[in-house]
Design a protein around this ligand. Sequence first.
Ligand code: ZN
Length: 209
Amino acid sequence: MLLENPSLSNKMSISVDHEKLDNYSQNHVRFYFKYSSFVFKALKTPKFQRFLHWMLKKERIEEHSVRAVHVKVLPFRRENGKGIAGNCDTTRGRIRIYPKTMTFCRIFKQKFGRSSLLVYAGNRARAALIHELLHLKYAADEKTVRKRAENYFCIFTRKQFAQGAHAFWVYAMIFNEKISGKKALGLSCGTNSSTKPNETCLRASGAFK
Ligand SMILES: [Zn+2]
């Protein structure tokens, strides 16, 4: 059987704002380049690309409406200090995916270990890309995007991890669900009052207090 070649993969690239690199130490720069190349690979795995291809088809989003997906090397913070996981320029069809900060990752690693950090970083980026792709169809309707993105991410992780517990943990971690009454390390996509439309605000909470 011939597999369709998912064309989204060819539109992805790692992108760095060279003028901003000077603001970071060598250590940070090394870290962020490593992070971005890890995320880039995670987003390009054939399994995930096939999933996106299926999702776009199901949503009737034309693949050519996605012009570029930039995996940004450096994190991005809005004026209120909150980091974002991604954004989507729906007019240009350009999506950007941003990393967590080095400080966040260091604390995460100390708490949960390196392999959990890798699972987290890869899935955070996948969740962000799913979310931003849906913006191409639902534009500023953040509520619908969030709902659908959670649903699609859930479908993907269920396929990815046969064991339910692991899938649930990943899901909870990304979407800020509660685990045994305590807030999990959370990522929440979306529009809290200060989030602009078409921006994913995936942020940490709970675990780092
Ligand atoms: Zn959004």
